[in-house]
Design a protein around this ligand. Structure first.
Ligand SMILES: [Zn+2]
Length: 454
């Protein structure tokens, strides 16, 4: 315990109320944080599009561009908090007049707080106390930073210190392009697993039927479709994809039964309106198990969205039968299964073919994130945990990365302070989570590293 006078002195010096129990004020935390900051990160989950296609640009009197509104619109903030729409006039002052009051109930939410380092560290602005003059200047600075891609690349590479970033291209799942030297492609299989009929695909870029047409392949029978899917996997591997990704937890339960091909055929090539929910589920269940087999065949670990989504069916426990029956498939449970972080831990403890990805977790709840890192490290070897920023623009990526580094540093520093871990081992674990575990699980990444070794 520190003395009361020390706390009062800190308060006087910094102008901030400061608890003696806040580990972030200790030299121990600062040393571990500095060590984590120095790790060139491998971010195993993000959604960064080509610069020209970055989302949320709006019209302004200076032309179309990124604004303060764009940063909030392209963040998780607005999943739970109000955001005044950008006005037709395109005038920042008109927007800010009402938008400045949007944040009143959001101050403690992680969906708001994770963004703060993006403003404080990149622009020198404390958003909690921002004035109208500062907000106007911040908006203008953001607009100017996006006139070309220099800022975006500088923030990702130098400020967020990210060497490689997995990009989940849900907007073009079957096009394996690499827009940045730090980009790592992957195969998003969400729509492949729903492919009972071509009408389920409004966008050709996501459709295995359109893919088959472009390759002159038949889709007349389910057996034909499976050949097309095999071809998709082969092309994905040839294009350096390193893993699979599914976000079906947003649409359906994660309980996938081991359904026979005969039963799956009942839905195949029948119009969506003629297929019952049960028949479509059978089809998707069969396809999930098929994809698990292809995951093992092509050595593409399977990233699966678990937790926060359609929460009545997204508990990772629902996956355990499929995990146990497919021991050659490497499963990666995303988002730490939030809020089922303990369940995620015990699944990884019981099954050696399971890894935990904490991407998005500190952004969902910083406190749950910190608790999860501490619990997982007690239950699971430290080489089975990864992280990802899971967002769409420079400010969001920087902010989520900084928030995660801080969360991991705090989790580890507390353990060191309690005598549960040595400091050098904490630094080793931090490096594993931020970088080394991804290199171990995805050996092909080594070919894509572009920085000089430290
Ligand atoms: Zn994501």
């Amino acid at each position: 315990m520190r003395s009361l006078s020390y706390v009062l002195l800190l308060w006087l010096l910094t102008g901030q109320p400061c608890s003696a129990d806040d580990i972030k004020q200790t030299d121990l935390f600062k040393r571990i944080k500095t060590s984590i900051d120095a790790v060139p990160a491998i971010d195993t989950h993000d959604h960064l599009r080509a610069f020209a296609e970055l989302p949320n640009r709006v019209n302004t009197p200076q032309g179309k561009g990124m604004t303060l509104h764009s940063i909030f619109q392209g963040s998780y903030y607005q999943w739970t908090n109000p955001l005044t729409p950008w006005p037709a006039s395109g005038e920042f002052d008109e927007w800010w007049e009402t938008a400045q009051h949007d944040f009143v109930d959001a101050r403690a939410t992680s969906f708001y707080r994770y963004l703060l380092p993006g403003f404080s560290d990149l622009y020198g602005v404390d958003f909690d106390t921002i004035t109208t003059v500062q907000a106007r200047k911040l908006n203008q600075a953001i607009f100017e930073n996006y006139q070309d891609d220099t800022w975006l690349k500088d923030v990702v590479i130098n400020r967020a210190n990210i060497e490689l970033m997995f990009i989940d291209p849900y907007w073009q799942r079957l096009k394996f392009s690499r827009e940045y030297k730090f980009a790592v492609p992957l195969l998003n299989v969400t729509t492949i697993m729903q492919a009972s009929h071509s009408d389920r695909f409004p966008a050709a870029t996501n459709s295995p039927f359109a893919f088959a047409d472009s390759r002159g392949m038949s889709t007349e029978t389910l057996e034909d479709l499976l050949k097309v899917i095999d071809r998709i996997f082969a092309e994905a591997v040839a294009a350096n994809c390193v893993c699979l990704k599914s976000t079906q937890a947003y649409q359906r339960t994660l309980r996938y039964e081991d359904v026979s091909q005969d039963r799956a055929e009942q839905a195949y090539l029948r119009a969506p309106k003629d297929v019952t929910a049960e028949q479509q589920k059978d089809f998707e269940d069969f396809m999930f198990w098929h994809v698990c087999k292809l995951s093992a065949k092509y050595d593409l670990p399977f990233q699966i969205h678990t937790g926060q989504a359609r929460v009545q069916g997204s508990n990772p426990i629902l996956l355990v039968d499929a995990i146990a029956a497919n021991p050659a498939t490497k499963f990666i449970l995303f988002h730490g299964g939030y809020p089922w972080v303990g369940e995620t831990g015990v699944i990884a403890m019981r099954h050696k073919n399971v890894w935990i990805d904490s991407c998005w977790l500190p952004t969902l709840s910083y406190t749950m994130g910190k608790r999860a890192y501490q619990e997982w490290l007690e239950a699971v070897p430290s080489d089975r945990i990864m992280w990802g920023a899971d967002t769409v623009n420079a400010e969001g990526i920087y902010a989520a990365t900084e928030f995660t580094r801080r969360c991991i540093a705090e989790a580890l520093a507390e353990k060191v302070q309690r005598g549960e871990l040595r400091e050098e081992h904490a630094n080793h674990i931090a490096r594993q989570i931020m970088r080394d575990n991804a290199l171990k699980l995805f050996p092909n990444l080594k070919r894509m590293l572009w920085r000089k070794p430290l």
